[in-house]
Design a protein around this ligand. Structure first.
Ligand code: NCD
Length: 305
């Protein structure tokens, strides 16, 4: 399970391993809200965040605390030695001597894998550039499972398929479950060729189009994503695609049962009118980050003892 005790890419998980994480999360869910337990008492999670985060960092912190563990944080990089020019390897060498597990978010693709090679404790990839975001995928799958939709799923993945790391991880994982994938994006934000090829080799059934109206009546889930403005080399390219798609109540009316998900943060891609509907699951999805990250921390640290 997991790559030598690290969580770097969802591609290193088998379907059985993913199922195991989801089952653990279900067992831990009662402790994610009201109760608390002490199964990780004495353990320390270090949050190393080199990019902005709200849900990922805070749900990791909540997860660790609900399990009785403690958390140290490095999130304002301007207040740390990174601002003095320290490289990631030295920071990780040091922080792994202070902690039992590290959650790392970094703008460079491959950073988590590199960090794992310098760390003496498990490293969890909390997002590496446009690469992967495996723990987000696990909570996305958990949300889909709790909606009773994981088998024979038909899902439209909408938005920035080029730079969106949540999309890259999720598409790989869904290929293990035989999901039908509908990729919906402006032409310049299509899924990268190598990922498309890998998905096809894995036997995934995928369709691509520009407009969600073409597929709304054929899917169970709309997985909407933000255009990843910070990853565009040229701001003019971002301006060309900004605001080009939006999920509205009128669209949802064409498929009353459709589940709307989003890893958040959203900018303008989901109309606030959706929030009040039964279709909106994105805040519940954000809550599920707690039991799912509890499960991951529990599995990693329990293994160590
Ligand atoms: C996502 C991320 O950081 O990749 N956010 C998250 O972790 N929930 C999506 C995004 O930033 O758009």
């Amino acid at each position: 399970m997991f790559n030598n005790g690290h969580v770097i890419s969802i591609r290193e998980f088998t379907k059985q391993e993913i199922d195991y994480v989801l089952e653990c999360a279900e067992e831990l869910e009662p402790y994610a809200k009201r109760k608390k337990c002490d199964i990780l008492a004495g353990k320390i999670l270090a949050n190393l965040f080199y990019e902005p985060s709200t849900r990922t960092r805070l749900s990791f912190e909540t997860a660790m605390k609900r399990l009785g563990g403690e958390v140290i944080n490095m999130y304002a990089i301007e207040a740390s030695s990174v601002a003095k020019g320290e490289n990631l390897a030295d920071t990780v060498r040091t922080v792994s001597s202070y902690s039992d597990v590290i959650a790392l978010r970094h703008p460079q693709e491959g950073a988590a894998r590199m960090a794992a090679s310098f760390s003496t404790v498990p490293v969890i990839n909390a997002g590496d550039g446009a690469g992967q975001h495996p723990t987000q995928t696990l909570l996305d799958l958990y949300t889909i499972k709790r909606e009773g939709l994981l088998d024979n799923l038909r899902i439209a993945i909408i938005g920035d398929l080029k730079y969106g790391r949540t999309v890259h991880s999720l598409a790989y994982a869904l290929s293990l479950y035989g999901a039908k994938l509908y990729f919906v994006s402006p032409p310049t934000l299509r899924i990268p060729d190598e990922i498309r090829t890998d998905l096809k080799v894995a036997g995934a059934e995928l369709h691509e189009c520009d407009d969600v109206r073409e597929v709304i009546s054929e899917v169970d889930v709309l997985y909407v994503t933000r255009i990843q403005k910070e990853r565009f080399p040229d701001p003019a390219e971002y301006n060309k695609v900004a605001g080009t798609y939006r999920i509205t109540p009128e669209l949802i009316a064409e498929n009353r049962n459709v589940v709307v998900m989003h890893p958040l943060p959203r900018v303008d891609e989901i109309d606030a009118g959706i929030d009040r509907t039964e279709n909106a699951k994105y805040f519940l999805q954000a809550f599920y980050g707690v039991p799912v990250r509890m499960a991951i921390l529990y599995i990693l640290l329990r293994k160590e003892d």
